[in-house]
Design a protein around this ligand. Sequence first.
Ligand code: PHE
Length: 338
Amino acid sequence: MIDDITQATEEALKAIQTASDLAELDRAAAEMLGKRGALGVLKSSLSKVADIDERKNLGRALNDAMSAVNEALATHRANLVTEERLRRVEAERLDLTEFPSAPSRGHLHLVTQAWQHLEDVFVGLGFTVAEGPEVETDWYNFEALNMGEGHPARGEFDTLFVGHDAAEKPGDSGLLLRTHTSPVQIRTMLESEPPIYIVAPGRVFRRDTPDATHMPVFHQIEGLVVDRGITMAHLAGTIEAFTHAFFGPGFTSRLRPSYFPFTEPSAEFDIRRPDGSWLELGGCGMVHPEVLRAGGVDPEEWSGFAFGFGIDRMAVMRHSVSDIRDMYSNDIRFIEQF
Ligand code: PHE
């Protein structure tokens, strides 16, 4: 009978080892340890052994066998549980690298890119960044810039007025959407003492019908320097330094005589591309003494220069965009290119 016990134990242990999942193991355990299992049958036949010492020995052997089988069961069960969990984790794993590509990130608008690049270049040249409101008074936008009421140059700015009865009474300073960033010149001079070295980028508005080169809303960057002994040479030198820093070493600039009510003398500045072609960029000049005075600056003590040009234009040029309206069409196929 002792051989039967050894054999039943070996078989039980083998059945346990070969069970490949928990269900199979449970089935094997029931078979082996149950009353009708090999060990169970041996256990119930124990009472038929007459010799008391032999019965004792067999009983001990059976108990040892049972606990060996139970231990093996517990160990294998634990292994199977771990294995099963690993299998489930593996099966439920989401492989995120399997997505065709990472979701695409957006980017700043073409004009914002140019705006920030311009700010960077001017900050690098020692300027600080100023700003002013988009809704302006007639005084800041025109009057203080040496364009009093009835000045013919006002006609060149197709102004959008805010409120039909603005400035109805004589002496009223009506509200309008600023037609250029030049009013920031006045605001800066009134707010701070010279020396002044600022650039003022921002949105400006004109009553224009959109076409390939015009938008009723566009962007400018204004520059203002007020210090002692500032001359036209400083203006030309600043424009040239800016040209190199922004466009690259192959580019140069020139000033061409022009007229603006708020600068005297006035000029337009052009950029020469490496291929020799010229590009009109903006207006500039020495700040008119009347403008300095409007800003609370004594023209006997201080002089200054100012410049202003379109940011949208620069963006369009840099990327050879043929129609300025495309930049505001919100057509993702266009915007994504830059
Ligand atoms: N404000 C002018 C314009 O909008 C540009 C300019 C700025 C000219 C400063 C001279 C000096 O056209």
